[in-house]
Write a protein that binds this ligand. Structure first.
Ligand SMILES: Cc1cc2nc3c(=O)[nH]c(=O)nc-3n(C[C@H](O)[C@H](O)[C@H](O)COP(=O)(O)O)c2cc1C
Length: 190
């Protein structure tokens, strides 16, 4: 089975098992000096083109990806005790893709995208609520996508599937994209 289909099945299994945030994944980036950062994001799309998440492009992660366009995602679902790592180069999604996704979001989330200067110092919670209220006043109905809010696509170079098995003899399969675009598969020691 190709790794994208396998990922989609595993994600569906996680959704079926009523995990609170099945699309949550850690996202590791590196700055230009090679210093790592990791944080959670929500996966919004996974298909043959790659794995998409959305964020503030003026956040540390956005700056990292502008400097060093590589990342790794790490999903963990329990039950059934599965990890998926997705490693690859990162590209911005198209403007139209970002517009379409932004338009699909709830009004309050759209407002929040304008109100939040993600990862900048914030004097108080009240200041954030006030900023959101000002945005809502400015855009009472239709909220345009902020220029600093968009998506990134991790284009997988390899995807690794780890599944818990008895006695720590876990399954671990690494799928690597070959030069002709097909996938090779290698079992690894756990
Ligand atoms: C479960 C979960 C999901 C999150 N999803 C996102 C997301 O999709 N996009 C985002 O920008 N931040 C998301 N965050 C917040 C990030 O983890 C992080 O705090 C923020 O993006 C700032 O990261 P940075 O300073 O490294 O750029 C999420 C946090 C959690 C706990």
């Amino acid at each position: 089975m190709d790794p994208i289909t396998r990922f989609q099945r595993w994600l569906q299994d996680a959704k079926n098992s009523r995990q609170p945030e099945p699309t949550a994944t850690s996202l590791a980036t590196v700055d230009e000096a090679g210093r790592p950062s990791v944080r959670m994001v929500l996966l919004k799309q996974a298909d043959a083109a790659g794995f998409v998440f959305y964020t503030n492009t003026r956040s540390p992660k956005g700056f990292h990806l502008a400097q060093t366009a590589v990342a790794e995602l790490c999903f963990y679902w329990n039950p059934p005790g599965r990890q998926v790592r997705v490693h690859g180069e990162v590209e911005p999604v198209s403007e139209s893709e970002a517009d379409a996704y932004f338009a699909s979001r709830a009004y309050q989330s759209q407002v929040g995208a304008w109100a939040s200067q993600q990862s900048q110092p914030l004097s108080s919670r009240a200041a954030l609520v006030k900023a959101a209220a000002a945005v809502a006043l400015k855009y009472p109905r239709k909220v345009p996508r902020p220029p600093h809010w968009s998506g990134y696509r991790v284009v997988p170079q390899w995807i690794e599937f780890w599944e818990e098995k008895p006695f720590r003899l876990h399954d671990r399969i690494r799928c690597e994209r070959t030069e002709d675009g097909t996938w090779s598969e290698q079992r690894l020691f756990p």
